[in-house]
Design a protein around this ligand. Structure first.
Ligand code: ATP
Length: 484
């Protein structure tokens, strides 16, 4: 299937918004324009023009329910940057927490790290990013749009205007954001925003080895922001210039690297299934030999079936000793392990599972989105795994009169220490259920007039919509059994 690049969307958008006052007005009209552009591009195969695609529905829902907002919207937006709203920030934290839980908390062979975002050129010289972290950039002479040559379906044809043979010769464009640390703008002040979190783990290898009592095989994990000056950002939060990564470097004895590579491919693939993505929406794609970097003896991508086709969520790479060797050579420090039992000194090999938190959140949203017919109504529901769901519980008094609202708030206070809990006392109860369904809240608790008498509440489950009556005193234990 054809993969629309961000540029496809941005390029067409630029034309489409001109009557509205140019790029500055982009986000004011985003939902409407993106819907029509998506239809133009036809990237929801099989959908009629009248029916918005899944992609449009997710963009629309995100804006409407406070999941993701276009950044700097009151100033007309800032191209391909996004802010995570009150609901989205919870969901993004949950994605990161779920990763941290399985990669660090539940393991005794992985420790965490939080390294700096700013780093000196020496790090990026050693890692090879200054020389090689480039994408081939081509300009269309006809319409002036820029494209990443390696992501074009047809390297001769401009996806924005359709003209053939109008591209300039490709130029290698370095994706790192360069800045200056301190008030003097000389060469010594040059610093870079990290384009990946991984180098923080390599340059701290010796620090962690000396302080954590870990021995290979062991890993260092980190979650944090990374920055890439992408040529063609787009597809909503799929490819942005500022994004979050979840990466782990697993240091192993060289002879064990293949077995650990296979282990981490299996583990990481399973993680997405365990958190609610159906197996048939995922695949593990080993790289062809011509895709591999010269130091990698194996790389596989976990891919998700996005509306535009299979695309990467995470890469798992067997990187050999390349990174530690490079930093040892450039820093002059020994980055190796002395195995006393075998009286042997070696440079560990590295297996790296590298995932994107923001991109994974988008995949979870798409995999969970569902619409079903309930009586005469269409119910939109995010069938999110409870660990990923922004709120786990919502407390909904049947009436906002103090008679019900006050005891409902007392119940809320008993649940809040355990789970993120929403509280909503306005509108008809049916509409409040629908609002919670739309943001994937697994359990809604209704406090009604009978509750005052029988000291019980109604708990409604999101997916089945089944309701049970539970004594208030048992609510927390009942939820705890289900929200593990
Ligand atoms: P791509 O081929 O999509 O550019 P990559 O192979 O360069 O990605 P890695 O360097 O392996 O990506 O980064 C690991 C993960 O970080 C990716 O699988 C993806 O989930 C995430 N990621 C990378 N670049 C971006 C971006 N610009 N926006 C959002 N997430 C990103």
């Amino acid at each position: 299937m054809r993969t629309p690049t961000g540029d496809d969307v941005d390029g067409v958008l630029r034309g489409a918004i001109e009557p509205f006052g140019g790029i500055g007005q982009l986000f004011e009209f985003d939902v409407r324009i993106i819907e029509s552009v998506a239809c133009l591009l036809g990237y929801a195969a099989g959908m009629s023009a009248a029916e918005p695609s899944l992609f449009d529905k997710i963009v629309n829902l995100s804006k409407r329910r406070g999941i993701v907002f276009p950044s700097a919207e009151i100033y007309g937006g800032f191209r391909s940057t996004y802010d995570y709203g009150p609901v989205g920030v919870l969901m993004l934290r949950n994605v990161k927490d779920a990763w941290w839980r399985s990669m660090v908390q539940l393991r005794s062979d992985v420790v965490g790290l939080d390294a700096s975002i700013l780093s000196p050129p020496a790090v990026w010289t050693a890692s090879g990013h200054l020389a090689n972290f480039t994408d081939p950039l081509v300009d269309c002479r006809n319409c002036g749009t820029r494209h990443r040559q390696d992501k074009l379906d047809d390297p001769e044809t401009c996806p924005s205007c359709g003209m053939s043979g109008q591209f300039t010769e490709p130029r290698q464009f370095n994706l790192m954001f360069k800045t200056q640390a301190g008030p003097v703008a000389d060469e010594g002040a040059v610093a870079y925003l990290r384009p990946e979190t991984a180098q923080g783990m390599f340059i701290n290898f010796a620090n962690v080895l000396n302080t954590s009592r870990k021995r290979p095989p062991f890993g260092i994990a980190q979650i944090g922001k990374s920055f890439r000056n992408e040529i063609t950002p787009g597809n909503f939060v799929f490819r942005t210039r500022e994004f979050e990564q979840m990466e782990m470097e697993f240091f192993v004895p060289p002879a064990e690297s293949e077995q650990w590579y296979e282990y981490w491919c299996r583990e990481r693939f399973q993680w997405y299934i365990d958190h609610g993505i159906a197996e048939d929406q995922l695949r593990l794609r080993p790289h062809d030999s011509d895709e591999l970097s010269h130091y990698s003896s194996g790389t596989s991508d976990v891919e998700f079936m996005f509306p535009w086709g299979w695309d990467e969520l995470e890469g798992i790479a067997n990187r050999g000793s390349y990174d530690l060797d490079q930093h040892a050579e450039h820093s002059g420090q020994r980055l190796e392990y002395f195995d006393q039992a075998n009286n042997e000194r070696y440079v560990p090999h590295v297996i790296e599972p590298a995932a994107g938190a923001t991109r994974t959140m988008m995949a979870f949203l798409m995999a969970a989105y569902d619409e079903e017919q309930v009586n005469d109504d269409t119910r939109t529901v995010l069938r999110l795994h409870h660990r990923i769901a922004p709120y786990k519980v919502a407390v909904l008094p049947l009436s906002k009169k103090p008679e019900l609202a006050e005891p409902a708030k007392e119940l809320l206070a008993t649940i809040q220490p355990h789970w993120m809990t929403d509280y909503d006392e306005t509108q008809a109860i049916g509409r409040r259920y629908r609002r919670q369904d739309e943001i994937g809240t697994p359990y809604c608790i209704t406090f009604d007039f009978d509750s005052l008498e029988d000291k019980a509440v109604t708990v409604r489950e999101r997916d089945s919509m089944e309701q049970v009556r539970l004594p208030i005193a048992e609510v927390v234990d009942w939820l705890a059994e289900r929200l593990v």
